[in-house]
Design a binder for this molecule. Structure first.
Ligand code: ZN
Length: 355
């Protein structure tokens, strides 16, 4: 299938195949540590390789492994859907580490591996900077190091980390992101410092995955209420793999109670609805709406913005079957915006190369 308009895919995943792949990108001390400690992998436990959601069945390799080669990304996604630009988000276990120094070393290794093995090999690819949020000073240093390469277009953190993202300790990270014109991408996932639900640990993967939207909601509230967007008016936040249906109801609730108790947060000088519409974007897969097209159209109306949704395939995760990458019911008038225009308005660095 080919599409007649240009497309920017804001969320594809590239997977570190083994620790061996990162060794050339670690300095001697950490190379020795990997060997001496017998560290085989830092695979993100958010996406177990055999979990059905981790990869579409028709995209898996011969042995059933999730696709992890450039040829597979090209044939299954880039060429298949005429994607002009795709932003690679590498989910590796960097955020799970307790050692700040080890996290910084592996963030650097992952970013250099992505540049060498993906960005250098296909001009359509861009990437997010994996940062060690365990130590904001280290995170800033990694942003400064990678931002010189204009193919890095975003800063990547997980939806659930050690503390709410609005906290002042993280503001130097946002200052660096804003300074370099890099949106902050929050991707589904957890560093598992806390249970993924506010009630405690759930029993099943499906509960964990559904609970991610609670994490996204709390992060949006934290960023708004702590005043991040007042301090950093040019900062954009992209919710990656967050789903979208929860947003309107959550914003109604947040805005209603802000009206009632806004005296405690006087720096939030306009409705959270308005702030979020200006600063926050969401990728469209997984689209967690109903099958009924008229219900989807109503949902889009409830968002009260044509600017917020960004196209994503979420390759290789199993978010849809076949070629229907645009959910049924999304109004035609928005297709061009979602596929391309909204991404160009969000990611300033993309306009440097895309004509
Ligand atoms: Zn994703």
């Amino acid at each position: 299938m080919t599409v007649s308009w240009s497309t920017i895919d804001c969320d594809v995943h590239v997977n570190v195949p083994s620790m061996k792949a990162l060794l050339p990108h670690l300095d001697q001390y950490w190379r020795d540590s990997v060997v001496d400690r017998g560290m085989n992998s830092l695979d993100s436990i958010s996406y177990p390789p055999n979990a059905p959601l981790t990869a579409r069945p028709d995209w898996r390799g011969r042995a059933g492994e999730p696709p992890n080669t450039l040829d597979m990304l090209r044939s299954h996604a880039l060429d298949r859907w005429n994607i002009d630009i795709a932003i690679c988000n590498c989910l590796y276990g960097v955020q799970l580490l307790y050692s700040e120094d080890m996290a910084a070393a592996f963030a650097k290794a992952v970013n250099d591996w992505v540049a060498a093995e993906w960005l250098d090999r296909d001009a359509r690819l861009r990437a997010s900077i994996v940062v060690p949020m365990q130590n904001p000073d280290y995170a800033v240093a990694e942003i400064e190091r990678c931002a010189k390469d204009r193919r890095f277009v975003q800063v990547l953190v997980l939806a659930m980390g050690e503390a709410p993202l609005g906290r002042r300790q993280y503001w130097p990270v946002y200052a660096a992101a804003e300074r370099h014109g890099l949106p902050l991408g929050l991707h589904a996932g957890s560093s598992y410092r806390h249970p993924v639900t506010s009630l405690g640990w759930p029993s099943w993967y499906v509960e964990d995955y559904c609970a991610q939207s609670q994490g996204f909601q709390s992060q949006v509230a934290s960023l708004v209420c702590e005043g991040v967007f007042v301090k950093f008016p040019k900062l954009r936040v992209v919710l990656l793999e967050s789903g979208v249906t929860w947003l309107p109801a959550f914003l109604w609730r947040l805005s209603k109670f802000w009206r009632g108790v806004r005296l405690e947060v006087p720096w939030v000088d306009r409705s959270p609805l308005e702030i979020v519409r200006e600063h926050v974007r969401l990728t469209i897969q997984p689209f967690d709406g109903p099958d009924d097209p008229s219900a989807v159209a109503r949902l889009i109306d409830h968002m009260q913005s044509d600017d917020m949704l960004l196209f994503s395939s979420d390759f290789p995760h199993w978010q849809f079957d076949g070629d229907d990458i645009m959910p049924v019911g999304i109004p035609e008038r928005l297709h061009g915006r979602i596929r391309r225009d909204n991404a160009l308005a969000t990611y300033g660095r993309l306009t440097e190369t895309l004509v």
